[in-house]
Design a protein around this ligand. Structure first.
Ligand SMILES: [Fe+2]
Ligand SMILES: [Fe+2]
Length: 247
């Protein structure tokens, strides 16, 4: 699969979530707020367009079988895919990353003062993410199941306990922005995960974990913001509301 210079960046990221790792590596903005092509972005942000295109194409070819086509999947199927592919592995990564951040800061703080800030951000990020996933599993996903069920059976939509699906979606997307800012701060503090000379094994593991965390979280955000949430709103708009709905 060839990625072209005239392709819109957020569309590439949305269609092939694996490509987010390349956008993050070269600090390329892939949010849908920026409706620009790779070529336009390379002129604006000054990156090597040919290099990026070749890395993107290779990645998409290599991982073609990994990125499943979600266009024909139901809301519960997409939510389940996101949970298994991102939520659960990310949760697994949180505790060891926090332990490493504390350990590396304690041992190397004298020569690398930024490790304190990194530790503090990681300590703040862990509960933020745990709460975010809990809300998605306990509030949003059951609502998505209900929506899909109503849509498939052509039944009237009963009032959902959070009102419109747009309400929890708005909250989740605001949380995506919030942890996105924390990840950006970590990226800056670690100079894009560049290890200092002579970094020990723990230091290496910490940066590797942070980089993996960023990639997986941004892919997760992408799938939810660009695929799952718009699909849910589209389905809700197609279903007639029960007139007793007070929202
Ligand atoms: Fe999620
Ligand atoms: Fe999310």
């Amino acid at each position: 699969m060839k990625i072209n210079k005239t392709d819109i960046i957020w569309e590439v990221a949305s269609k092939y979530p694996i490509t987010v790792s390349v956008f993050l590596k070269y600090w390329i903005e892939f949010c849908c707020k920026w409706n620009i092509t790779l070529e336009e972005s390379s002129k604006r942000d000054n990156f090597d367009l040919d290099l990026v295109l070749s890395e993107l194409s290779k990645l998409v070819d290599f991982n073609n079988s990994e990125d499943i086509d979600l266009s024909s999947k139901t809301l519960p199927e997409i939510a389940e895919y996101i949970k298994n592919t991102f939520h659960l592995p990310i949760r697994e990564l949180l505790y060891p990353t926090e332990v490493l951040a504390k350990k590396v800061a304690m041992v190397h703080w004298e020569s690398h003062k930024e490790l304190y800030e990194i530790r503090d951000i990681v300590e703040g990020l862990v509960p933020v993410l745990e709460m975010h996933f809990d809300k998605e599993w306990q509030i949003l996903h059951p609502m998505l199941n209900e929506l899909q069920n109503n849509f498939d059976n052509n039944t009237e939509l009963k009032p959902l306990h959070c009102g419109s699906i747009k309400n929890p979606i708005r909250q989740m997307e605001s949380e995506h922005d919030n942890y996105g800012d924390m990840l950006l701060e970590l990226k800056k503090l670690t100079s894009n995960y560049t290890l200092p000379d002579g970094a020990c094994r723990s230091y290496q593991a910490l940066y590797a974990n942070l980089q993996k965390l960023e990639e997986d979280l941004m892919r997760h955000t992408n799938l939810e913001n660009f695929i799952l949430h718009p699909r849910a709103i589209e389905i809700e708009n197609k279903i007639s509301w029960n007139s007793s709905c007070g929202f």
